[in-house]
Ligand binder design. Structure first.
Ligand SMILES: Nc1ncnc2c1ncn2[C@@H]1O[C@H](COP(=O)(O)OP(=O)(O)OP(=O)(O)O)[C@@H](O)[C@H]1O
Length: 269
């Protein structure tokens, strides 16, 4: 179990995440969903130990990620995989070297063993035979699949997916969703998926956490989220522009801004 306890994050005056308690079940897929700016990526980065929370603790079993010695944090990271929104492939390395990268970094395995492992991972994503291509020669969907293979290279126990289907056509998005779903279930992997994509999120998740303005407004099994009578949840699920979730996030008066009232002036005169 991964557990966030009174977890919060502020950036200057912006509260990206209000104090939140959260539980991620081992071996399950948890989707973190919500509109733009609701705090999804912030929560993912905190859980992955990529950023320190402003308050709270992140428990991996009985170990607190906050304040953990760096050496132990690196060890823990070796059991984690990450798939970022823009694939984050290393442009100067071909497909083979991108997938092999974590194995070269974290293991002492012979190249022949690494080669076999890379072939297995590329077979899993349907790209065996594409080892020599450079990232610039890949479509967006292929790049995501290579990034998926790289995230799986070390057979991680926990994998973080940040918007894995964004920018993909529906077929490529479906392929990535299936890969997440099948690999998670077969390997009993703990998957944490941040997504705007309602169909993908509700389709693959065992548990859904829905955020709004840095707060959890609903969580539970996909079916219970679908049947929620919270208007904010229904506005998000149905993509309605009008509703309790406002279009504008400005906090100052528009008229005051236009008339440069003291305290609201944004530009140097
Ligand atoms: N490094 C940062 N510095 C300052 N503010 C930040 C930073 N990262 C995030 N924020 C702010 O925190 C809030 C939550 O951002 P976050 O990226 O977590 O939202 P999100 O739900 O992932 O949004 P999106 O779906 O658009 O990526 C936003 O108001 C954002 O502007």
């Amino acid at each position: 179990m991964i557990r966030g306890e009174k977890l919060s994050k502020r950036y200057g005056d912006v509260t990206a995440l209000s104090p939140t308690d959260i539980e991620i079940s081992t071996g399950k897929i948890t989707a973190i969903m919500g509109g733009s700016g609701s705090g999804k990526t912030t929560l993912l980065r905190l859980l992955a130990g990529l950023e320190a929370p402003t308050t709270g603790h992140i428990w991996y079993g009985d170990e607190d990620l906050c304040g953990m010695p760096v050496k132990r944090l690196y060890e823990l990271r070796e059991s984690m995989g990450m798939l970022f929104q823009y694939s984050a492939l290393l442009n100067s390395l071909n497909v083979y070297d991108n997938v092999a990268f974590p194995l070269h970094e974290h293991t002492e395995l012979d190249e022949s063993v690494i080669g076999t492992m890379v072939s297995m991972k590329l077979e899993q994503v349907g790209l065996r035979g594409f080892e020599d291509l450079m990232p610039s020669e890949l479509s967006g969907g292929m790049a995501k699949r290579v990034a998926f293979a790289r995230a799986m290279a070390m057979d991680p126990r926990v994998v973080f997916f940040d918007e894995p289907t964004s920018g993909l056509d529906p077929i490529s998005a479906g392929v990535i969703s299936n890969l997440i779903s099948e690999t998670s279930r077969k390997n009993r992997m703990t998957s944490i998926v941040v997504t705007h994509d309602v169909d993908a999120g509700l389709g693959i998740a065992d548990h859904v956490i829905l955020l709004w303005q840095g707060c959890i407004i609903a969580e539970g099994a996909p079916e219970s989220i679908r049947n929620s009578d919270d208007e904010r949840v229904q506005q998000f699920l149905n993509g309605r522009p009008d509703g309790p979730i406002p279009f504008s996030r400005s906090t100052t008066s528009y008229i005051d801004d236009l008339t440069h009232k003291p305290g609201t002036v944004r530009f140097a005169s």
